[in-house]
Ligand binder design. Structure first.
Ligand code: KIV
Length: 282
């Protein structure tokens, strides 16, 4: 299956690692990454062969209902990380270090890393994705934590960069390329390119030895990532332009809930068969 375990790595009986992703880049094999926040969804994604799952700061919106990703904390993400790692056995799980966990300070990043690392036996999470740029990334890598970098429109920098739009070309494009280089030099094993011009993403992908993971960054990245709820069609419209809905779960779920309301109102639930089953002696 393209983009999944089978065709990519021949990995059997162990979790995928950042080395497998580097090997995939060398072989020119593209792969998929999705966000996941709960055990059932993560289990499905792992079962079908999604190689990398991100417990991302988009949990702020899709799990906690905040109107931006800024307020979410490490403490809020930890139980989600445990659920995702506990329900999976093959994919690489990446835990986000949200904006408030670093805010550019390597010292703060390290302090939060300690909290995450101490939770590691329980979370089983193998890698961290974090803001704070190369200094924070370097501090984590030095401390032995594999780091996935993130440049372009990091949701946490939305206030600084001026909204969810593709970054301008020219000077901004050069800065993005330099940011990506700096992150790789700091030791990042992969770099997410979020909402950056396709031509910049193509250049960065060609230059970096580490895999690039695009979201709204054109077709030339080594991998592509999507928020799981966007993929499933659970998030409300309008979706960002680059999102492809692979299902219409919002409609499916609304339909199921409406039918349940109607059945309860008309005393058609519990249905006769289930009543008989429930009343059977064990
Ligand atoms: O945290 C997140 O969910 C993300 C996705 C947009 C990839 O960064």
């Amino acid at each position: 299956m393209s983009g999944g375990f089978g065709s990519l790595y021949g990995v059997r009986g162990r979790r995928l690692t950042s080395r497998d992703l580097a090997a995939a880049k060398k072989r020119g094999v593209p792969w998929a990454m999705l966000t996941a926040y709960d055990a059932l969804t993560a289990g499905v994604f792992d079962e079908v062969g999604v190689p990398v799952l991100l417990v991302g700061d988009s949990a702020a919106n899709v799990v906690f209902g905040y109107d931006s990703t800024l307020p979410v904390t490490v403490e809020e993400l930890l139980p989600l990380l445990r659920a995702v790692t506990g329900a999976t056995s093959r994919c690489l799980v990446v835990g986000d270090m949200p904006f408030r966990s670093c805010q550019g300070s390597p010292q703060k990043a390290l302090g939060q890393r300690r909290a995450l690392h101490e939770g590691r036996p329980r979370t089983g999470c193998e890698a961290r994705r974090g803001p704070g740029g190369p200094p924070a990334g370097r501090a984590l890598v030095t401390a032995g934590i594999p780091v996935m970098g993130h440049v372009g429109l990091t949701p946490q920098s939305v206030n600084v960069l001026g909204g969810y739009t593709v970054q301008r070309r020219g000077e901004t494009g050069e800065r993005l390329i330099q940011d990506a280089r700096d992150l790789e030099a700091a030791g990042a094993f992969a770099v997410v390119l979020e909402v950056v011009p396709a031509e910049s993403a193509k250049r960065i992908t060609a230059e970096l030895a580490s895999p690039t993971i695009g979201i709204g960054a054109g077709p030339d990245c080594d991998a592509q990532v999507m928020v799981g709820q966007d993929l499933a069609g659970l998030t409300p419209d309008p979706a960002p332009k680059f999102v492809k809905r692979y299902s219409n779960m919002r409609q499916v779920l609304s339909g199921a809930a409406r039918q349940f309301i109607a059945d309860v109102s008309s005393r058609n639930y519990p249905w006769r068969g289930s009543c008989i089953l429930l009343s059977m002696p064990s």
